[in-house]
Ligand binder design. Structure first.
Ligand SMILES: Cc1cc2nc3c(=O)[nH]c(=O)nc-3n(C[C@H](O)[C@H](O)[C@H](O)COP(=O)(O)O)c2cc1C
Length: 193
């Protein structure tokens, strides 16, 4: 698929067929997280691949899927056959930026979140490239996921990328608002340009 087509095709998917994803496709999607750039090439992004149905059901519970369904929505996390849990390690960045060729002051911007975002985008796109779909639920909505998966102290869970065969779904209220006009978000030479 042409990259420009893949970009247009990608949508957050929150409705999945309960059909397994080929393990090699899942591995390629998880591996995509590690093809991204990283500040100082610190490579502080990790992925926990979860396919076990009981563990996925526990993650869905943590995400409040019962309340989601009570609002008339189809199950999201429990139906998705794979959860790729995206994690970042601030300590890896602090260690890298303490090295002689780096300045720790550069971490005034917590680059691990930026690298996590880049990894997220690559995984979402890799899923489309595999003929699958992917959604993202932020860890703010997943309290308790770190102990459930044995994620150690010092590792931050960014969220869960749900991967599977997409089912049709209505656009969300956010998406229905439409994209901001490009004239507001792309400027030429100066902010006013
Ligand atoms: C950093 C980030 C966090 C997001 N968190 C959530 C989330 O917790 N729950 C959710 O349903 N969607 C979440 N989304 C999906 C956005 O709502 C979605 O990307 C946006 O509405 C545009 O839709 P599209 O990706 O289909 O173009 C998140 C997206 C990003 C980039």
């Amino acid at each position: 698929m042409e990259f420009r087509d893949l970009m247009r095709k990608r949508r957050m998917v929150r409705r999945f067929r309960r059909e397994q994803v080929p393990p090699d496709a899942l591995q390629r999607i998880a591996a995509a997280a590690h093809r991204g750039p990283s500040a100082g090439f610190a490579q502080g992004v990790s992925v926990v691949v979860v396919t076990d149905p009981t563990r996925r059901a526990r993650i869905a519970d943590l995400a409040g899927e019962a309340a989601w369904r009570a609002r008339g929505r189809d199950p999201w996390l429990s139906a998705a056959p794979a959860h790729l849990v995206l994690c970042v390690e601030p300590g890896v960045y602090r260690a890298r930026y303490a090295e002689a060729d780096k300045d720790p002051a550069a971490l005034a911007i917590p680059w691990w979140w930026v690298d996590g975002g880049a990894a997220l985008m690559l995984m979402l796109q890799a899923a489309v490239d595999e003929g699958l779909g992917a959604g993202f639920l932020g860890a703010h909505a997943l309290e308790g996921i770190a102990p459930l998966l044995g994620v150690p102290d010092g590792v931050e869970v960014l969220g869960v990328v749900t991967v599977g065969h997409p089912l049709p779904e209505e656009p969300t209220a956010s998406v229905r608002r439409g994209r901001r006009p490009r004239s507001e978000t792309t400027h030429h030479e100066t902010w006013g340009g």
